[in-house]
Design a binder for this molecule. Structure first.
Ligand SMILES: NC(=O)c1ccc[n+]([C@@H]2O[C@H](COP(=O)([O-])OP(=O)(O)OC[C@H]3O[C@@H](n4cnc5c(N)ncnc54)[C@H](O)[C@@H]3O)[C@@H](O)[C@H]2O)c1
Length: 267
């Protein structure tokens, strides 16, 4: 029997990458899953987002692991859609115990090239999308006096990195949001923690896995990391998510850095 038997977890950005991995890791511990994703195209991005087939694959994999999966296409930029997803979770499963606010988008390049549209897209998904998710999931968790919330930031939310200013601004922002809310709900059985991964080998950084990235790109990823690897895998982050989800209620406001040693460079 898994350590989360009977729990229900809602994950945003669950159609692929880290979100899918979190869904499978939580399912392996016994959770039923609500997988949210598929916001539609965002033309300012240089890579495609997940589609309905990706989301259906996550659902199939969760079901193959023996758990229920409710797959909901939605955009975290739309507060009504996120609210409806929580309502649907409560009507289908009766409760919501774990939430992973993982949906995010990236754009890299010097600030000069960051248009209003790029800035608005990153802030709306990476920061306001997490705000919408917290607003929707916290009321039922507070009412049942139990909840485990994990917010996905980045090592880019722990330091300055050139050519990542807008992305990093959102990832610093969610840390302030999560830690402040953690204090608001700390007496109510609800914890709010953060995972901060370094580069992860997902479609966000390698949209076509059959195409190897150029050596200079891999070298650029590696240069921040005392452990000399360019990236980690989604499962490395999922272990942290499971750890925070299974915590008995003594960890909140924590930033779990999964950074190939780059934490050692922080003050
Ligand atoms: N890949 C990395 O190097 C890396 C490093 C640190 C942090 N992160 C963060 O990890 C999280 C997961 O990213 P990933 O690496 O799995 O990338 P990914 O692009 O594979 O997955 C992100 C998922 O979020 C979904 N999504 C994007 N915008 C959305 C929206 N508005 N509404 C609903 N869903 C939306 C996408 O469709 C996609 O399935 C993101 O928040 C990302 O910023 C990624």
């Amino acid at each position: 029997m898994g350590s989360l038997e009977g729990r229900v977890a809602l994950i945003t950005g669950a159609a692929r990458g880290q979100g899918r991995s979190h869904a499978l890791a939580l399912a392996a511990e016994g959770c039923d899953i609500v997988a949210c994703d598929v916001p539609g195209p965002m033309p300012v991005l240089t890579y495609p987002l997940a589609d309905r087939e990706d989301l259906a694959t996550t659902a199939r994999l969760v079901e193959q692991a023996g758990r229920r999966c409710l797959a909901l296409p939605l955009d975290v930029r739309d507060p009504a859609a996120v609210h409806e997803a929580v309502e649907r979770t409560l009507s289908d499963f009766g409760h919501l115990d774990i939430a992973v606010a993982n949906a995010g988008v990236v754009q890299t390049g010097p600030l000069d090239g960051v248009t209003e549209e790029i800035w608005d897209t990153l802030v709306a998904t990476n920061l306001t999308g997490v705000f919408h998710t917290l607003k929707a999931v916290l009321p039922p968790m507070r009412a049942q006096r139990f909840g485990r919330v994990v917010v996905t930031s980045s090592m880019g939310g722990r330091m300055g990195i050139p050519e990542q200013a807008s992305y990093n601004a959102t990832k610093w922002g969610v840390i302030g949001l999560a830690r402040s809310v953690a204090l608001e709900v700390a007496k109510e059985g609800v914890t709010v923690n953060v995972v901060a991964p370094c580069t992860v080998q997902t479609p966000m950084v390698q949209p076509d896995p059959s195409q190897e990235l150029p050596a200079e790109v891999l070298a650029r990823f590696t240069r921040h990391n005392p452990i000399p690897k360019p990236w980690i895998q989604s499962e490395d982050v999922s272990r942290a998510v499971v750890y925070l989800a299974t915590d008995p209620g003594v960890l909140t406001g924590v930033i779990m850095e999964i950074g190939l040693g780059s934490s050692a460079r922080l003050p």
